[in-house]
Design a binder for this molecule. Structure first.
Ligand code: TXA
Ligand code: MG
Length: 342
């Protein structure tokens, strides 16, 4: 990762632009980011899942800037990031025993919980809903920024709407560099798939968006056994506004192939004259661009978004991606892969 000098600038474009500085997340970098946040600005923030576009969650004008920057529909609410679970009461009206136990188990970490919103959280943050989504990220730079800022930060993924989520500071700069002042460089995100969103207002978690914390993890945490090996955690994506919108679409075609056929399928497509890329557990056959090679589902999760962007940059027509089993984190990874495949 490019954590070399203190600051490097993105390639200038023809538009009026601010030109994001990619900042090293040292004391000076954090100070700069905090100053921008304090005057209602927006900064790129690494988290363990993907990079976020952060602003003061309690400042409606600051949050409105996030929506403008991303080109995000106003009815798609943001996740509020906290430095610690103890700050929950600043944004949530009432917690629940379920929320408390899941927070104790999974925070800091990639679990986002939906609870009744507290007064004082602007409507723009929650997309007009009476609930709010919150999480405590597990990334040293996010933790430092939250501690130094001292308040909740609203942050969606730092891609332009419709682009793959960014997993490096360079991805953020590529999407939003013209309009964003700074992005803190925390290196590549260790998880690579967005957080799991769960409604925890009741007595059992309802999954609104699959993520890196799996159904199995949630079930184990709530002590539910029996009733077969899956499915005691209900899934209701219709309750999460974000899942209504088209997502994660790269400019190349994406094709999903079962493990034994991926390389052959890529070779067959390449034989028709297309420029073909492969993301698989095996190497690429002759005539096919090796875009990424992965070990297992979580490794694919870590690499998927970067692979989509790399395939675009390589001018790939069709990217063949080997599927992974839909258990554990594999479910979220396949969900994102299917969205990319359209
Ligand atoms: O890992 C992540 O969650 C990343 C990092 C930056 O934290 N953030 C992220 O945010 O993925 P975003 O905005 O790309 O996705 C947030 C999702 C959307 O699907 C949104 O609709 C849903 O969370 N959401 C937010 N508030 C909600 C609420 N009150 N009720 C239901 N869904 C909500
Ligand atoms: Mg997103």
């Amino acid at each position: 990762m490019g954590q070399t000098g203190s600051v490097h600038r993105c390639t200038p474009t023809t538009r009026r632009s601010v030109l994001a500085a990619v900042l090293r997340p040292d004391a000076a970098g954090i100070r700069t980011a905090v100053r921008i946040l304090q005057r209602g600005g927006v900064v790129g923030m690494p988290t363990e899942t993907v990079y976020g576009l952060a602003a003061d969650a309690l400042d409606p004008l600051a949050v409105a800037r996030i929506f403008r920057l991303k080109g995000r529909p106003a009815d798609n609410p943001l996740i509020v990031h906290l430095g610690a679970a103890a700050q929950l009461s600043r944004v949530v009206a009432t917690s629940t025993p379920l929320a408390d136990s899941l927070a104790a188990r999974f925070w800091p970490g990639p679990l986002t919980m939906v609870l009744d919103v507290a007064e004082g959280v602007p409507e723009v943050t929650t997309g007009g809903l009476r609930t709010v989504a919150v999480r405590v990220p597990d990334h040293p730079v996010a933790a430092e920024l939250l501690a130094a800022f001292g308040g909740p930060l609203a942050a969606p993924s730092a891609n332009r709407s419709g682009r793959p989520s960014p997993t490096t500071a360079e991805h953020v700069a590529a999407d939003l560099g013209d309009d964003l002042e700074v992005v803190l460089d925390g290196g590549p995100c260790p998880v690579g798939v967005e957080s799991t969103v769960v409604d925890v207002r009741g007595t059992e978690p309802v999954i609104l968006r699959e993520g890196s914390i799996s159904r199995e993890d949630l079930r184990a945490a709530s002590g539910r056994r029996g009733q077969g090996d899956t499915g005691t955690v209900p899934v209701d994506p219709s309750a999460s506004p974000g899942t209504r919108y088209r997502h994660y679409t790269p400019s190349c075609a994406v094709e999903i192939a079962a493990p034994p056929t991926a390389a052959d399928r890529a070779a067959a497509l390449a034989a028709t004259g297309l420029s073909v890329g492969l993301v698989a557990t095996s190497g690429a056959p002759e005539g096919v661009h090796a875009i990424a090679r992965f070990e297992d589902a979580s490794d694919l999760g870590r690499q998927l978004y970067a692979a989509l962007r790399d395939a675009e940059l390589a001018g790939i027509d069709t990217l063949v991606v080997e599927s992974v089993p839909e258990v554990g984190v594999g479910r979220a990874v396949m969900d994102r892969l299917r969205r990319a495949a359209g």
